[in-house]
Every structure is written in C-alpha cells, then in structure tokens.
Design a protein around this ligand. Structure first.
Ligand code: MN
Length: 733
C-alpha cells in the first residue's frame, strides 16, 4: 500500500495558503486546528497515532479540493461532537451556526445503528442523500473522512475491514461517482477492492505491472506523433498516457466478460487543450491522420454526463494496428472530470463565495439531483430497503440517457419506457400521458428507450394512469406513482359510495321521523354490525349504498323498532316508541307519505316482501298497489308512481314469495329442498317439480311464506347450497 504524507501544521497550512490568504479565514482555521488538537488530546487511533492526525489528514485532503475555510474548519472539527462530547450548542458559541451544523450533519450520518446490515446500509444511504440534498459540503467532508479511514484500514480487525470496505464500495464510491469526484471514487474503489478480494487485486496488479514497460513504449511513441501534429497546427495542449485503476479493469473483466488482454490492449491517451473549440480541432486533426473506429466517438462536451463530466472520446487505430482511446478536453473540464462537484465548489477568495448559492447552482448542474430530491421526498415514509432499491435501480444503475425536446438529459435504467420518462419529468405529466413521440415518430407507451432518444410526450388533461402500465414500467419511481394514484382513486371511489350510504340511510331515518344525527353514530351502530356481517362504520354504509344490506332492515335494527318477542329491550323500545308516536299500524305494513287513509295493497304480480325496495302505483279505484321497484309491470308507469315505504310498526304478518329453482336431476332432490325450507322456518304453500328429459334438469316451483326479505334471502342462500342446484329466481307473474 502507498505510504501517505505526514500532515504537519506546516504542510496543512502551506496547502491552505495556496488559495486562502485572507487573515480572518486563516485565523478561523487555526482556531479550529487548536480546538480539535485540544479536545482530542489523549485519544489515539488503532495504529497508535494521535487521533488528531486523522483530522489533519481530512483537512489536508479537503484543502487539496480547494474547499472554503468553513468547510476546512468543519473538517478539523468533524469528530468533536462524536468523540469529545462537545454539544452542537457549544460548537455554535465557540465557532458559528454554519460550522456547527456541518459538524452535526457529518456526525449524524455516521451515527446510525440498525438491526441488520442491509437495513443499515439502506438507511445510511438515505441519510447521506438527505444530508447532501441540504448541503453538499457535508458529503465532501464525509467522503474525505471515509477516504482517510480507508487509507488506514490495515489497522482494523479483518471482520471490520470487510464490513467497512463493503460499505465504501456500495455507498460511498457511487456517491463520489455521482458527484463526479473520480479521484476519490477511484481510490475508494481500489482500496475496497484490496480488502474485499486480495487475490484478484494482486493478480490484476501483477498483470498490469508485467505489461507496463511494453505499454509505456507504445503510448509514448503515439504521444510523440500526436504532439508533432498539434505543434505544427499551433494548438495549445498537454498530453499524457493514463492508466485505468485496478477495480475498473476488474469490473470490466467480470461484467463485460472480457479477457485481461482485451481490456489492457486498449491504450489510453488524454489531451488537455485550451478552449472548447480547440477540443474539436484536436479531434479533427487526429481523425484526419488516424482511422477512427466507427461508433466510438462520444461528444460529452455537447452532451455532458449526469455528473457534469465533459470530454470528447474517440478510439483510433495507430501504427502497427494498435488501438488507442483518446480523451480530449479543456483544463476546466479536466478538473471537473477529477473532482466533479468539488471542482465546481472551489473556493475563490474575493468572489462572493456563498455556500447557499453554490449549492443551488450545483443542484442545477447535476441534473440527477432533482430526481434524487423527488425520490427522497416520495419514499420518506417507506422502508429504508425500498428506498435503497429505488435508488440503486433508478439512479445508480441508470445507463440509458434520453433527452427532452429542450435538451434536458434524463437518465433511466435499462428497459425504461416513455412512461418511466414521463414520471421522471413530472408526476402530473406521468399521470396525464396519452402518447409518446420518440425521435419524431409516434410509438407505443411500452417502447423501450435507447440512449440518445429524444422523447416528447403527449398529455391530455384529466387523463389518468392505467393499471396496465405497471406491467411494463421499469423504474420504481414510476411504479410507486402509478400505484399510489390507483390506490387513492380506489379510496376516493369507496369514500363516495360510503357517503352515498350515509345519505340514503339518513334520508330513510328522517322519512320515518327519526333524527339521523342521533342514530348515525358509532356508539349506536356498533352493536348491529355483527348482524350484517360488517365490522365497521364505513363497511356498513358501503353495504347500504350497494344494497347488500336492506335499508329497511338496517333502519329497524338501528332504531330498535323490529318486533321480536325474544328480545325484551326491543320490546320495551317498541312500547316506548308507540307511546311517543301513537300511530295505527297498517295491515300491509306500508305507509304512503302524507296519506293515512288511502287503500293500500300488495301487487300480486311481484309479491313485494317486507324490507324490499318498493314503489306505489296509483290504480284507478283500487287505491295504491305496491310493487317491487324492479317489477316490469310498472316500468312504463313513471307518472303514476309514488314513494311508499314499509312501516316499521306494522302488524306482524307473512309475505308470499314465488320461487323457481333449476337444478340437475337426482334422487331426493325435492326432499332436500323441502327440508331446507322448513329448517329455515319458511312455511311452504305449494311445491311442484317438472323434469326436463332433454337436458336432465329439473324445474321446481314453490310458494313460501316469509317474515321479511332477510328471511327469504336466508332461505335462498341455503337452498343454493343444495347439491345440484343451478339457479334460483323469484317469479314475477
Ligand atoms: Mn472521522
């Protein structure tokens, strides 16, 4: 392993003074330096060095990234809350709110304890992103802290080494990558690789070493040739060969299944020039001299990567058929390629350095940052693992880059469709998408997008997502949005029905002279849910609305006005309510609103039964005939119909129902039917069975007297259980 520089006070301040000269800023850092030294006095790291060396190293690496004075101070102080019992308040009064907040945020990220490794990582990952969304400087400090811990990991126990290395590879390296800080990302990856897979690490390191001389010769001769071309054409440049880091070679070998030779056969050269225009000129001269390999030219200048990376990439065939990868970029692009966000964050004295504005600017540059924020907000209440899955899938594994017509780049996972794209742009747009135009032609919504596709969406106001979309969307983000929408919609629909049930019940109560607000309360209703096979208020109202509970019966039960000789409370209630109301019970059990004296009779065609929905038909000279609402005989008589309702204080009487049963023919069928009817206390008036020999079915017709519709429904429900029964219908004559 590489031996790292010892960071003394002078080394640190020399690095800092290379870009910070303001005395107040230097004093602040000095103060933080002394404060940390004092507070960590007597603490040692595993390698017996004073703990304070860790803080100097962190501050030093931060200064190499040219961060601002407060960030360096926070870097020096980043462990005082955790390890020295200094409170945030103390730190605020000793320094300031900004520094104290940074230190506290760094402390929080490292301080979470979870029940298992997966949950730990997932939750930690999320914490990091939430912290980052607030202030990227927190992450810079945390990354640098982790980098130095990784550099000194050899002093830890092996078990701990593996755990930390794994977390670094899973969490910190991807974050560094997304922030474009490839210097740190590469080092974190190689260090993790070393601890997680030493054999492979050494194997690849040896292979690289063995080929080094040969490769250096080839690269140097190519550098010489290109230098001559550029000098002749008066283009400013720096040129050098570059080597891939070990982990990236390993990853290419395993994920792309390539032999070591195939990967290392690619020789890599980087050219740094002055302006963007120079970049294209350099490319032009190189292509004019060497044959480029088709399909390998990538213009990341015109279309920067998600992490702000910009460069021109091409692959050319050199002398002797050697293949070279060439990267061309400006100094500024190079700095961003190495340091990403940190390069952007570079502290420049006397230039209105404002962390908040910088944060905003970086968020705008990192186009994935907005997605991250939405994902983080959306999944806040979900389990950390679900968040981790979404993040890994939607953000880290994103490798399809498509564009909006305005040129905004959206990164999506493999297999993503226009619907995934739509939800990434905006939730509302996702909901309202009705069509997709990819590269100017209309495509189905389940079309798989490719890198470079320009995607335009057709939306229609008030259009809604379809459950079918769930079958093809790839991102968890879109999946969650669609599911939430559908679930919300279903809840709303149910709520509407419940309301409807309430309205119906309330109207019925009022009609009968009861005050709805007195009866429609959970306390009054709870006792009767069991009798209707529902378990709560909403289910009860829902059942009333969809008529799976008879409204009449419900009203009776709620107001306790049903006659029952076995229930003394009911009886008392009836007596009481009779005293109050003094109404004469009608023989048919039916009342007509506002009319007491009219002659009322039940229609013989449909034989309505107490509790069913009914309508009154004003017949000539025969008073009111009461039919079932669905009786075909009153269908065309709308004008002569009036509202009637069952009187809860009727005289006890029976109602006749005529039933038709179609069933398979078998022995003892009729016996079984009769048994059921009598078991459930129906009094049979007539019964008659006819066998149809053609299809071996039996039609059984019978008339039965019942107390009310619930009684009849109970009999029918039990008849349906009789073996061989196919259909059961009420007969309307
Ligand atoms: Mn630390």
């Amino acid at each position: 392993m590489v031996k790292f520089l010892e960071v003394t006070h002078d080394v640190l301040f020399e690095s800092i003074k290379s870009y910070i000269t303001n005395q107040d800023s230097l004093d602040l850092i000095e103060k933080a330096y002394n404060y940390a030294q004092e507070h960590h006095e007597g603490q040692f790291r595993k390698n017996q060095e004073p703990y304070f060396t860790h803080l100097c190293q962190v501050a030093y690496i931060l200064s190499q990234l040219h961060v601002g004075p407060k960030t360096i101070a926070a870097g020096l102080l980043h462990d005082v809350i955790e390890d020295c019992d200094v409170s945030k308040e103390q730190l605020t009064s000793d320094f300031d709110e900004e520094i104290a907040t940074l230190v506290e945020a760094v402390t929080k990220i490292g301080n979470l304890k979870f029940k298992d490794e997966k949950e730990y990582q997932a939750a930690n990952h999320r914490k990091i992103f939430i912290a980052m969304a607030k202030d990227i400087r927190v992450i810079l400090i945390k990354l640098v802290d982790r980098l130095h811990n990784m550099r000194t990991l050899q002093y830890m126990k092996e078990e701990k080494q593996i755990k930390i290395a794994q977390e670094t590879l899973n969490v910190y390296a991807p974050i560094a990558h997304r922030l474009g800080i490839s210097e740190i990302k590469n080092e974190l990856e190689d260090l993790s690789f070393f601890y997680l897979n030493r054999d492979e690490y050494y194997h690849i390191a040896r292979l690289v070493e063995a080929k080094k001389n040969e490769r250096d010769i080839q690269v140097n001769s190519m550098i010489y040739e290109i230098s001559n071309i550029l000098k002749t054409n008066h283009i400013p440049f720096r040129i050098f060969g570059r080597s891939k880091h070990l982990y990236s070679i390993y990853k290419k070998m395993t994920t792309k299944n390539k032999r070591f030779e195939e990967i290392l056969d690619l020789l890599a050269i980087r050219i740094i020039t002055k302006t963007e225009l120079n970049c294209y000129e350099v490319l032009g001269f190189i292509h004019a001299t060497y044959r480029p390999i088709p399909g390998r030219l990538k213009d990341y200048i015109a279309m920067p990567k998600m992490n702000m990376y910009q460069s021109l990439h091409t692959t050319i065939v050199g002398e002797n058929g050697r293949i070279f990868e060439v990267q061309i970029r400006t100094e500024e692009m190079d700095q961003i390629a190495d340091q990403g966000v940190a390069a952007h964050w570079r502290y420049k004295e006397n230039t209105n350095y404002n962390p908040r504005n910088e944060q905003r600017e970086i968020e705008n540059k990192l186009s994935w940052f907005k997605d991250l924020e939405t994902l983080t907000e959306d999944l806040d209440n979900d389990s950390p693992s679900a968040y981790m899955d979404t993040l890994t899938k939607d953000v880290f594994e994103a490798n399809v880059y498509v564009m909006t017509p305005k040129g905004r780049v959206i990164d999506l996972p493999n297999g993503a469709t226009p619907i995934d794209f739509a939800y990434r742009v905006h939730t509302e747009i996702g909901h309202q998408t009705t069509g997709a135009i990819v590269n100017e032609s209309l495509v189905p919504l389940n079309t798989v997008l490719k890198t470079g596709d320009v995607v335009q969406l057709r939306t229609t106001k008030n259009s809604e997502p379809s459950a079918d979309w769930l079958k093809f969307v790839k991102t968890n983000h879109a999946k969650n949005k669609i599911k939430n929408f559908l679930a919300k919609k279903e809840t709303e629909r149910r709520q509407d029905i419940i309301k409807q049930g309430e309205v119906t019940l309330s109207a019925e109560l009022k009609k009968r002279g009861f005050e709805p607000s007195e009866y429609m309360v959970s306390g009054k209703l709870e006792g009767i849910y069991g009798q209707f096979q529902v378990s709560n208020y909403n289910d009860f109202m829902y059942a009333i609305a969809v008529k799976s509970i008879s409204l009449i019966t419900a009203v009776e039960k709620i107001t306790n006005t049903k006659k029952s000789l076995f229930d003394s409370t009911t009886l008392t209630n009836i007596i009481n309510s009779k005293e109050h109301k003094r109404k004469i019970p009608s023989k048919t059990g039916i009342m007509v609103k506002g009319v007491d004296t009219m002659k009322i009779s039940l229609a013989s065609c449909c034989n309505p039964i107490y509790g069913e929905e009914i309508k009154g038909y004003i017949s000539k000279g025969q008073g009111v005939k009461v039919h079932r609402v669905d009786c075909p005989n009153i269908e065309k008589e709308r004008k002569r119909l009036i509202d009637v309702y069952w009187d809860s204080q009727r005289e006890a009487r029976k109602y006749e129902a005529n039933i038709n049963i179609v069933s398979r023919d078998r022995n003892f069928l009729l016996t079984d039917i009769v048994t059921v009817i009598s078991q459930y206390k129906g009094s049979l008036q007539s019964i008659n069975s006819v066998v149809n020999n053609e299809n071996l079915t039996v039609i059984t017709k019978f008339a039965v007297l019942v107390d009310d519709i619930d009684h009849l429904n109970n009999i029918i429900a039990n008849l349906k259980k009789v073996d061989g029964v196919i259909t059961i219908d009420r007969v309307i004559k």
